[in-house]
Structure formats: C-alpha cells, structure tokens
Write a protein that binds this ligand. Structure first.
Ligand SMILES: Cc1cc2nc3c(=O)[nH]c(=O)nc-3n(C[C@H](O)[C@H](O)[C@H](O)COP(=O)(O)O)c2cc1C
Length: 371
C-alpha cells in the first residue's frame, strides 16, 4: 500500500494511540468458523488468519471457550487447556510474522447450549433457569433444541469470573496481544445484562447496575490479570439474538460504556442497532453515538458496514475503527480491495459453519487471481 493517497480513504488512515498502533481502521470481526475439531485450534487456521493479516491490522479471533462448560456448538476452539494454548501458538505466530495485531475473543455461551456439549451431560449454566425456545441457527437452516439451563448460585459466580481471568492469561501465554470479552449476542454475559433473560432477585438481578455486575466483574478480573491495555469487550445492547432482548437498550449500552471507563480498557466494540437479527440490516432510529461519546477508549463498530459507510463512519468521527465480518470472511484481501475500490467476492452463507478445513474458509480468491 502506498502511503500518500491512502489518506483520501478514511478507513485506510493510521490509527495510533499510546496503546494501539494500527496502519488502518479495518478490523477482522470475530467469526465463528467451527473448524476446531474437539475444541482444539487446527493447523489450517494458520492459513485462514494469515490470509487476513496486514501489517498493522487488528484481527479478532473467532469466539473461544473459556472452560468446559462454555461451549454450545460443534468444533469451536477453546483456551482452557494446555493443549489448546499450544495449538493457538503457531496461529498467533503466523499473524505476528505478517505484522498483525491479534486479540482472542473469550466466550461462554451460557444457556445457548445443550447437555451434549456439557461435561458429564450436565445442564448448561446461566443467570436463569428459563429455557430457550428451539431456534434457527445463524446459518438460517438448522433448528436447534436447547437443554434447560441451571441458574448459577451466587457463590458459583466467582468461579466463572475466574475462568475468564485464566482464559485471558492463557491467551497471553499463547501469544495473543490481548482479549476481547464476548459480551454480545445472547451468550452468558448478556444473559446477566438483559432483562428479557435475567430473572434473578439477588445482587446480580433486578436493577441495571446489578445486571451489569457480572460482566463488569469479568472485566475487572481480566484487567487485573493481563492489564487494561490488553482488554476489549464486545457488546450488542440493541440486539435480541438468542431471545436476549432488553427493554431499555440505550440505558444498558450507556451504563456499560460509562462503567467501562473506570477500568480504562483498550476498546469497546459495539454491534450496530440495525443488526437486530443475524445477517439482516433493518432500519432503526437508534444510534451508538451516545455510547461512543461516553466511552473514553478506542471505539469499534460492527454490523452491515461496506466500504462507503465505513469511510463515512470514520470520516465523521462516529467511530475509531470498523470491524467487518462477512465481507472479510469472503475477501481475505479486503484492505487491498478497499484501497483499489475493487469488486468484492460474495460470501457463501452455506459454507460459513461447515467443518471443512478449506472450503468456504481459505479458498476465497485474492484479487490477483480474479482479474
Ligand atoms: C459466520 C459468522 C460467525 C460469527 N461469529 C461470531 C463470533 O464468534 N463472535 C461474535 O461476537 N460475533 C460473531 N459473528 C458476528 C460478526 O462478528 C459481525 O458482528 C456480524 O457478521 C455483522 O457484521 P458484518 O455485517 O460485517 O458481517 C459472526 C458472524 C458470522 C456471519
């Protein structure tokens, strides 16, 4: 990339704060790929992530389980065993070899699971014992049944917070530059945050402050373990994935943005209100702007962005960085294509989650091979 003319493209301008030194604003969004057999990251992920690496570019890994109760999908990676940590190392090394900055998204699905994914076939854990209704997977095809969850007892909560702390330490041990705490999309943290799900009457329920206590405890523990400059969080206050909606998403998003300032974490990554359902943009009167203004650190937005509105968002200072999911999945050289305003490969939804080590994964063509 030639430096001078890039400044005309807001997405391709450098972003430098004390902590983050990026050469452009285009972030790889976390994308579950379900190719980590037995929860172990596989060698084929080396090629996948390095294809999407640019010098000075930020990548966020696919959601990665923090413990043996954290999983709810086949073949998603973990970071709670020594073997998993070792398996991540060559993948992280490959990203670093090309000059990329790599954060690991750490995850607990909570009740979005079934006993098949749980140790000893036990019930999944959650903020509640309310079950999810059977729902259609993000691929839009499969209908999934969930096992009714078990509401965590108050004295069990510190153990889950500790699992996130250890996962963060493991991520650093694996070589990652930091972690993104997965606080979005109806998974465990949102099961505490959102009032459609949280029916607790203890100090983790009822009020907004109480509902946010668990995610903020995770933030605090993670910051204490690896340092605030290595911690980000992803939130989707406006989404209602996995039957986790909130009656006042503005208040929730704003409260979290303000509360996070206390911990001085590196970034807050928010999913656009228009992403009400997975994969569909819809008109909405809501905006992330109040949260962007309230949060003191780096702000990342995601959800339905293309080159044009990404440039607009950066140009208008609506955000610092823009994460791209499906476009980056299908265009390993997305930054090059944005630079040249080149046509984009179309993503194939049918191969998003298949376990194949190549198809729909590392076989999307680069620009050179399409023209
Ligand atoms: C195949 C696929 C897997 C995804 N996996 C994750 C994930 O692991 N963690 C997460 O926070 N979001 C996940 N998402 C959501 C994306 O990060 C992103 O927010 C969403 O695709 C909207 O952005 P886009 O319009 O740029 O694709 C996933 C989306 C897709 C399509």
């Amino acid at each position: 990339m030639a430096g001078v003319e890039l400044t005309n493209i807001p997405l391709l301008t450098p972003y430098k704060t004390g902590k983050l030194q990026l050469s452009h604003r285009v972030v790889l969004a976390p994308l579950t790929r379900q190719r980590s057999y037995n929860n172990i990251p596989q060698p084929h992920a080396v090629l996948y992530y390095s294809q999407r690496t640019t010098k000075g570019g930020l990548l966020i890994s696919e959601a990665t389980g923090v413990s043996d109760t954290a999983q709810g999908y086949p073949n998603t990676p973990g970071i709670w065993t020594k073997e998993q940590v070792e398996a991540w190392k060559p993948i992280v090394d490959a990203v670093h070899a090309k000059g990329g900055i790599f954060f690991c998204q750490i995850w607990h699905v909570g009740r979005v699971s079934s006993s098949d994914f749980q140790p000893n076939g036990q019930a999944p854990i959650s903020s509640t014992d309310k079950s999810l209704k059977p729902s259609v997977r993000a691929n839009g095809i499969d209908v999934v049944e969930f096992t009714p969850p078990r509401k965590l007892k108050i004295d069990e909560i510190p153990q889950i917070v500790n699992d996130f702390r250890i996962a963060a330490r493991n991520a650093i041990e694996a070589g990652f530059d930091g972690v993104e705490i997965h606080g979005a999309h109806g998974y465990l943290l949102e099961q505490f945050m959102k009032d459609e799900v949280n029916d607790r009457t203890d100090e983790y329920g009822v009020t907004l402050q109480n509902r946010c206590r668990f995610p903020l405890e995770i933030v605090e523990a993670t910051v204490n373990e690896i340092g605030a400059e290595k911690v980000g969080i992803r939130l989707s206050p406006f989404a209602s994935y996995m039957q986790a909606g909130d009656s006042n998403p503005e208040a929730l998003g704003l409260f979290m943005a303000q509360s996070l300032n206390k911990y001085e974490i590196l970034y807050c990554h928010m999913v656009e209100p228009r992403m009400k359902t997975v994969g569909e943009k819809s008109e909405t009167p809501h905006s992330l702007l109040p949260m962007r203004k309230a949060f003191n650190g780096t702000f990342i937005v995601a959800g339905g962005y293309d080159r044009e509105d990404g440039n607009k968002a950066i140009g208008n200072n609506f955000t610092d960085l823009v994460a791209y999911g499906r476009l980056f999945l299908a265009n390993p050289d997305l930054i090059k294509r944005f630079e040249l305003d080149a046509p984009l490969n179309k993503y194939n939804r049918e191969t998003f989650y298949i376990p194949d080590p190549v198809v729909g994964y590392t076989d999307y063509p680069f620009l050179e091979s399409t023209i």
